[in-house]
Design a protein around this ligand. Structure first.
Ligand code: PLP
Length: 393
């Protein structure tokens, strides 16, 4: 068989590979009576979806919502999303500009496929969510890394981004709060980028704001707040992280102008619609009580404090304060190991799963992603083991 050449450029998310290896080591550990694996590699909340959301989905199924829905999502869901955007971002959005899709990744892929083709360039955060680069490569566009540096709190540098724009640049991807760094870009830096983009009217921005509710200091700054780029802004969000709904597959985006129709056409071609029960669950999530989100964030805040303080006591490790999401991204260069060596040795010896920074781009060398979407007891035990491992070397 002759596969399409594009497939050779499709990447992956190595978190899934680490998970498979962690599971294999854990099975062996269980058989031998060794300490079981502690997984700090995973990028999803360790909380169940709140009960009222699950009940809304069950009710939808019992009420007979079994068929296709409009491809862009049922209107009640899109209205609930618009109301949520008004509440948390203070911005009016027309529900007709919103397209609901099966998860944040789908918006990302649609946007990259809309603008990427050979001869074009798309800028993406490095270190950043690996699917950006993978999908850019798939389209044949040139993936241009936007370096995120520890000394800038892992924020982009607006001047550097603007200087890297060429006549071939079609799309710039930004993500704040960020995976894998926990960075949260300041208002000043967002303003600077938006102001500078006035000189590049053909460049589109995709702002991945899937962690927007998960901040610990300054609130998240949405690119939607800037009317001057609304006509070329794709704002990605979804239910996966905020409502602990990763397996339900519900994301959405605000698309500018005709792109909403184009995204809907892509949905019709690829997945038809988000499954109906999930859409009703999404309405309950957005319009119902938010106390489960608050409870989850209180737990994350406590774990964030613990893991950051503790990482800073480990030999050869230092960790700046993560400001959002549920990841710490410590610098491990002082251990003398590469990121991959650290990941693999801690996995094999300490039975703690983490992800090498290089899984998120070349700029991730020297860093490790620890997810604190795990209980405080598990995090404590994991760090005890990592500490013992480092001290024994
Ligand atoms: N964007 C970022 C920055 C993420 O970290 C993730 C998931 O880890 C996603 C998007 C994808 O979310 P979903 O599971 O809704 O596709």
């Amino acid at each position: 068989m002759k596969l399409a050449a594009n497939l050779s450029r499709l990447g992956t998310e190595s978190a899934f590979e680490v998970l498979a290896r962690a599971n294999a080591i854990d099975r062996e550990a269980a058989a031998k009576g060794q300490p079981r694996m502690i997984n700090l590699g995973i990028g999803q909340p360790d909380f169940p979806t709140p009960a009222h959301i699950v009940e809304a989905a069950v009710k939808a199924l019992q009420d007979g919502h079994h068929g296709y829905t409009p491809a862009n999502g049922i209107s009640e869901l899109r209205e609930a999303i618009a109301a949520d955007i008004k509440k948390y971002r203070g911005v009016e959005v027309n529900p007709d500009q919103i397209v609901a899709v099966p998860g944040g990744k789908v918006t990302m892929s649609f946007a990259i496929m809309m603008f990427g083709e050979p001869g074009t360039e798309i800028m993406y955060p490095d270190p950043g969510f690996p699917i950006y680069r993978s999908m850019i490569g798939f389209t044949g566009a040139k993936a241009v890394p936007m370096p995120l540096r520890e000394e800038n709190g892992f924020s982009f540098d607006a001047d550097e981004v603007l200087a890297a724009i060429t006549p071939r640049t079609r799309l710039i991807i930004v993500n704040s709060p960020a995976n894998p760094t926990g960075g949260n870009v300041s208002r000043a830096e967002v303003e600077k980028l938006v102001a500078g983009l006035a000189d590049f009217p053909d460049v589109v921005v995709m702002s991945d704001e899937i962690y927007s509710r998960m901040t610990y200091g300054a609130p998240h700054v949405s690119f939607l707040e800037f009317p001057e780029i609304r006509d070329r802004l794709i704002m990605l969000d979804g239910a996966s992280k905020t409502y602990a709904m990763t397996g339900w597959r519900l994301g959405w985006a605000v698309w500018p102008g005709d792109l909403a129709e184009l995204a809907t056409r892509m949905a019709i071609n690829i997945h038809s619609c988000v499954n109906a029960a999930t859409q009703y669950a999404g309405i309950a999530a957005l319009t119902g009580p938010q106390d489960a989100v608050d409870t989850m964030m209180t737990a994350f805040a406590e774990r964030r404090r613990y893991i950051t303080d503790r990482l800073n006591t480990l030999p050869g490790v230092s960790c700046i304060e993560p400001l959002g999401a549920f990841y710490a991204f410590p610098n491990i260069t002082g251990t003398g190991m590469t990121a991959r060596e650290f990941q693999n040795q801690v996995l094999a010896d300490a039975h703690v799963a983490t992800i090498a920074g290089t899984s998120f781009g070349d700029m991730g060398e020297g860093f490790i992603r620890f997810s604190y979407a795990a209980s405080l007891e598990a995090i404590t035990e994991a760090l005890d083991r990592v500490e013992a491992f480092l001290k024994a070397r």
